[in-house]
Design a protein around this ligand. Structure first.
Ligand SMILES: C[S@@+](CC[C@H](N)C(=O)[O-])C[C@H]1O[C@@H](n2cnc3c(N)ncnc32)[C@H](O)[C@@H]1O
Length: 274
């Protein structure tokens, strides 16, 4: 393919990925996108060679579309990531709760929702954690509840009774596994969230919205808001911040060095939570 066609193709795929997922590749990450696309095209037997033809190849077939969506995923995650923030959440905001529904949106391979379930179990809290992601492949891994034994190092001593080591594998034990379920959602599609309206006390969406631009971030935040109960809390990574632009949706609450975001009541709420 000629250099200018290649540039056109990368530009078209950047736009397509944005429209499908809300993730925007800024100029400084375009080399990563280019590399990923090149590898994908090599592994597939794509007969067309024009930029438009290749985009149609991805959009017309649901399997190929899935490949494109999976391509933009940054699946990096680990058990007890930003543990201190989670301890503050449980010990200051959720203290005394006996029943909770929590969500981890953009849960990748499931370490985050299982972490939440272990923290609930340790505190005698019953309830469910729903892990959600756009990427089917990471959800498959999440549903298995089986990880590499090396990941034990991320789990603090006092939580290790919730997992077992079997040869090279670390397995989530059934009591915790039963607390967690997984669903495929797309943060920018309202219908993905329709069945979950007003369901959760807490929604985590950490290290996901950093890849969104302000327009898709607003759509995603409004969807996340819709699945929270009245006064529910949104938790983003402590390295992220919600600026004033979104204060109509969430009210920031500072607790120690962390910000948490409380669902704001809105006058013309189309689906208020009772
Ligand atoms: C870096 S991981 C974050 C994992 C975990 N929350 C953590 O902090 O460790 C980002 C995840 O967001 C998911 N994601 C990206 N865009 C999404 C969208 N539009 N809808 C749902 N999930 C999305 C990706 O598939 C990926 O698994």
């Amino acid at each position: 393919m000629k250099a200018e066609d290649r540039q056109e193709l990368i530009g078209l795929l950047r736009k397509t990925i944005y429209e499908l997922t809300g993730n925007y590749y800024p100029d400084e990450r375009m080399k990563i996108l280019e590399y990923k696309i090149e590898r994908l095209l090599k592994s597939l037997n794509v007969k067309v060679s024009t930029p438009d033809g290749i985009v149609s190849f991805f959009l017309k077939d649901p399997e190929n579309k899935k490949l494109l969506i999976d391509l933009m995923t940054v699946p990096e995650t680990r058990f007890f990531r930003e543990r201190e923030q989670l301890e503050v959440l449980f010990d200051r905001f959720l203290r005394g709760k006996h029943q909770l529904d929590m969500a981890s949106v953009g849960c990748s391979m499931g370490q985050e929702p299982y972490t939440l379930a272990m923290m609930m179990a340790k505190r005698g809290i019953v309830g469910k954690v729903v892990g959600m992601d756009i990427n089917e492949e990471v959800l498959k891994k999440a549903r298995s509840g089986i990880y590499d034994a090396n990941e034990l190092k991320d789990i603090p001593e006092e939580y290790r009774n919730y997992v077992s080591l079997e040869g090279k594998f670390l397995k989530i034990k059934p009591d915790v596994k039963r607390m967690v379920e997984f669903r495929q959602v797309n943060l920018i599609e309202r219908q993905s969230f329709q069945p979950l309206q007003c369901r959760f006390n807490v929604v985590l969406c950490r290290n996901v919205l950093i890849y969104f631009d302000s327009k898709s971030k607003r759509v995603a935040l409004s969807n996340l808001r819709s699945i929270l109960k009245r006064d529910g809390l949104l938790v983003i990574s402590s390295t992220e911040i919600l600026n004033r632009e979104y204060y109509d949706l969430f009210e920031p609450i500072k607790e120690g060095k962390f910000f948490f975001y409380k669902k704001r009541e809105m006058k013309d709420d189309k689906s208020p939570c009772g």
